[in-house]
Design a protein around this ligand. Sequence first.
Ligand code: ZN
Length: 207
Amino acid sequence: MFLEPQFHRSPRETHTGWIEVICGSMFSGKTEELIRRVKRAIIAKQKVKIVKPILDTRYHQTNVVSHNSNYIEAIPVEHSKEILSIAKGSEVIGIDEAQFFDNHLTEICIELANQGKRVIVSGLDMDFEGNPFGQMPYLMSIAEFVTKLHAICARCGNIASYSFRLSAAKEKVLLGEKNEYEPRCRRCFLEGMQQRKELESRQLNIF
Ligand code: ZN
């Protein structure tokens, strides 16, 4: 389990920030882990702000909501550059669903950490095709701490790191619930992708 390297600094000490990344597939508990860390920072009486991309409107607009209704307030943000002004006066910044932010997010996180803030980023590391998602690979490279969480494969019960899309829709930004995706291990993910490819080529041959 992740333990914070430090909570409090004396005001005279040179402030040093850092970046933490929480990544993994869908249903791996990323948001729950973000909430856990943020709650501990609040207990340590630190000033915390949480942001999330504005397109995630699955639930209440101003809450970071995890699947078990364990929630905490978040500010919806359209462009990652807005995070700089939101973060003013805060010691800890949580960023949820980071994979959906624009490609300035990495430089914004670096700027915040350089200002002495603790930046906690949570997001999907891979999209539904198994490719690195948005700014996540860059954030994982530059972060001091990376926590990769795993779900359980819905097919075989092994450790799952892929989010398999059950529907045929192609758009990358499809915000899903349990009926649209399922966590899968590498083998079951590959099997599913192969089956889909065969199905698609068969349909093409019919017409
Ligand atoms: Zn499996």
